[in-house]
Each structure stands twice: as C-alpha cells, then as structure tokens.
Design a protein around this ligand. Structure first.
Ligand code: GLN
Length: 289
C-alpha cells in the first residue's frame, strides 16, 4: 500500500531539500530538471497544475534520481543528455559532458568554414564539436560539401559519438586512434578540446568532474600542455598552407599554446575569450614554412 500521496509541488520541494542537504549547489535547479525528466512536464505544465498528484511509479523513479544526484552523479549522467549549441547530445561516463565553454570553440570555427572544407576533430568524445560544426555549417549556414571526421583513443567514446551522429542525422566519420594515429591526408581545419588540466589540479575539482568525467578526458599531464605540444607538432603533417588549427584551452594557457603554434609555423594566431571573459580558444593558420 502506498503510504502517502504527494503533489508535484510537494515532491519538488522535498527533492530540493534533499539535494540542498547533500550540499548540491544548484539544488532547486537540479531538483526541477529531474522532476521534468521523470514526469515529462515543462515549467508551463507544472505551474498550470502544481497540485497534481504524482503516480507512485513516477515518485519512486524521482527518488532514485534524487538519490543518485545526492551521490554527486552529474545530472547529465542521470538524464543521459546534455544540450550543446542548441542540440541534445547523448552523454555517459565514457565522454566528457559538453561544456558551454566549448561553444566558443565551435562559434569560432564556424567563422572559417568554407565550401568543401575537410575537418578533423581530435579527442572528439561525444562528438559534440564536429557534429555541431557539420550540422550548423551545413544545414543552417548552407556551406556546401563539408566533411568531418572525429577521432578518439576511447572506443566507448566513439560509440557515443556515432550514436550522436545518428541522433542529429549528421554524416561524419569516426575512427579510433591516438591523436593523428589513423588520420590520412590533409585537412582544411583541425579542431580539438584535448585534456588540458594539470594532473595535480584534478583532485581539487568538484566531485561531479573528478569522479565522473572520464579521467583521460581531463588529464593534460604535468603542466596541462601535453596534448597541445603533441597535436601542434604533428598537425603540420596534416595541414596545407591556409589550414586552420583551433584549440579549446584552459584559461591560463593562451600564451603557451600560442607560442607552440607560432613555433610550428602557424600565423594569425589569436586567443578568444569565452562568455565569462576568460581565454578559451586559440586559433591560427598554417603558413607552410
Ligand atoms: N573544461 C573542462 C573542465 O574544466 C576540461 C576539459 C578538458 O580538459 N578539455 O572541467
């Protein structure tokens, strides 16, 4: 027998309280998003009838979600998705949850897309960068004959990227490899959001990131620059004059990454800021020398 009958409003309040007690920062936001996930209600439906009763089955599912969130499991791992550039991407423990910061990289790359562009995304993870570029570049901006490839060292990440391509109805090739390992030919654009957090910094990150984002997607080794060094040095074998390399960077890495690119033969190097005013993207053009 059911012990009690709760309204949406009551259960939303209880969920918020439970998350607050567990020290979750955005307790009310998360409690709402989980309620919406379980019931399928949007805010308008909820406020239209907050006194509606929740079914026992929905209440139980909501409790399970709240309990998982209390254990610091990221909201996106519970709902299985994250919005990025206006599209919904599948996410799981094998891929870094797409961040709003990374939209700066996509926004910047979109400026340089030309018809026929061949694009490579290194450390593709969920595929959110390359798929957004192809989707927005091809469908919204109507840039013709774009082609895109994404590579990752993790086979499980690639499986997620392939599912996301299907979900967004975008054609892209995904292949496994350590950076350029299985890349062939030259690209007009290379983009990457590689792991860039210095190893010693990782343990100080919030639990959701430290425990649940894939460690290999975060760890930029000793000084955080390991992958920028490797990618920049190797990229010149996959570029032609005029090819563009764009990186997402940690906010303190603008100078060093710019210097690496300069040394490898890139010009017109510029650092772009994200919406919060922090350095977030470095881009440059290969000049072939
Ligand atoms: N931006 C991510 C974070 O701050 C890190 C992503 C990365 O290392 N590429 O958690």
């Amino acid at each position: 027998m059911r012990q009690r009958t709760l309204t949406l409003q009551q259960i939303y309040r209880e969920g918020t309280e439970a998350l607050k007690k567990a020290g979750i920062q955005e307790a009310a936001v998360d409690a709402w998003l989980l309620l919406s996930y379980v019931t399928g209600f949007d805010k308008a439906a909820y406020y239209g009838n907050p006194g509606a009763e929740m079914t026992e089955e929905a209440e139980q599912r909501y409790q399970v979600c709240i309990n998982r969130r209390r254990r610091r499991i990221p909201l996106q791992h519970i709902t299985g998705e994250q919005e990025f550039m206006g599209y919904s991407f599948l996410v799981n423990e094998h891929v870094l949850i797409p961040r709003q910061d990374t939209e700066t990289l996509v926004e910047e790359a979109l400026k340089y897309l030309q018809p026929g562009c061949r694009i490579l995304d290194l450390c593709t993870g969920s595929g959110c960068i390359i798929l957004s570029l192809l989707k927005i570049g091809g469908e919204r901006l109507k840039i013709k004959e774009l082609s895109g490839e994404g590579t990752d060292i993790s086979g499980d990440a690639l499986k997620t990227a392939v599912k996301n391509a299907r979900r967004l109805t975008v054609k892209a090739d995904f292949f496994r490899g350590d950076l350029f390992e299985n890349a062939e030919g030259t690209y007009d654009m290379i983009v990457s959001n590689p792991p860039y957090i210095p190893t010693r910094v990782i343990e100080g990150l919030q639990d959701e990131v430290r425990l649940y984002d894939p460690y290999i997607a975060l760890d930029g080794k000793e000084d955080g620059l390991h992958f920028y060094r490797r990618i920049t040095a190797d990229s010149v074998h996959y570029c032609k004059p005029g090819s563009r390399l764009l990186f997402e960077i940690g906010s303190e890495q603008g100078k060093e990454v710019s210097a690496l690119m300069e040394k490898a033969g890139y010009r017109e190097i510029c650092v772009k800021k994200d919406l919060t005013g922090l350095d977030r993207v470095v881009s440059g053009v290969y000049n072939g020398e």
